[in-house]
Design a protein around this ligand. Sequence first.
Ligand SMILES: Cc1ncc(COP(=O)(O)O)c(C=O)c1O
Length: 390
Amino acid sequence: MKNLLNEKVRNIEISGIRKILNKVAENPNIINLTFGQPDFQTPSYIKEAAKKALDDNYTGYTTNAGLIELRQAASDYQKKLYGLEYDPETEILVTTGASEAIDIAFETILTPGDEVLMPSPIYSGYEPVVKLRGGVPVFMDTNEQNFKITAELIEKHITEKTRCLILSSPSNPIGTILTKEEILDISNLLKDKNIFVLSDEVYSELIYDDEEHISIANVPEMREKTIVINALSKSHAMTGWRIGFTFAPAFLTEELLKVHSYIAVCANSISQVAATEALRQGVRTEEIELMKKSYKERRDYVYKRIKKMGLECVKPKGAFYIFPKIPKVGLTSAEFIEGMIDQVQVAAIPGDAFTSYGEGYIRLSYAQSIEDLKTGIDRMEQYVNTLTQE
Ligand SMILES: Cc1ncc(COP(=O)(O)O)c(C=O)c1O
């Protein structure tokens, strides 16, 4: 019977990450630097709001688009932090995390054969969804340009079939960000073209060194063709609550809403009330600022140690990942990680999990306690030294 199942689903590969996570699960002594989620707990004012929501019987469906209070709070948040203006009635949807937002965006804009441009290496959550929705991923290799996407590289990959460009700033797995100039260059290239932009901004609050987050939707000509995706998962340590958003012009939101209504009906009601409180409490509360400060300290620490080991590495400007190049000792990224787990009990993600353009690199998450990071990096250094001295 298996051959009767949807071929597109059968062809999707379970990511290489799974194998590593299975190894991690088997051994409690492993220092786990694979996680793409904050090691902090959700701030208590958000948890309290959820408890109250239960007592207040917020247990039924909400409107499909999400509680209007939450959409209003999200609208205020985007405006105050990034100068992005979206009408809560017609231009914002609450989704089940950024993941659902990505899914409904591709379902809404792609028809079979449409090409989606992806700066690579890239987060592993897009390619399978694009393929499931009949699209064709087109990877743009950013290796030679410090992992930065440029208008020039995009232009080389545009064909008649290009329907969408994915931008992700700050990026997972590298932590690069797009500057205003780079965004303007890309906008100049795309403003007269029939190409949508999916701008994944889930790490927008995690930017260091006084850099600022700029969205391509800040450019007036691009706003009409951009779906901005954001979520509370990373910024508010709320990965399990599953609250994300789409911000898009009304003509797009109207169609996104249809898909969302049939896929999810609505996002979780209790989480929506908690998320409203999260956004209303002031955008940058003490708890959130503390997390950010701590990520920055960890970023500085890990970057310094990686450089000291002699590994090439771009200094991350945002998110909570670092993407060093592995030493040239004849190992693939996956073999390097397997050896690191077996020999010194440290786990990270092989770079090829972020497309083949990530081969030769590994991703470490620094959303871990500084103690674990110290132990993990000490052990990694020992492993690298053994390999390079062999
Ligand atoms: C770039 C990027 N987008 C989207 C997501 C998914 O976010 P969520 O947990 O809100 O679905 C992740 C999670 O790691 C991510 O790194």
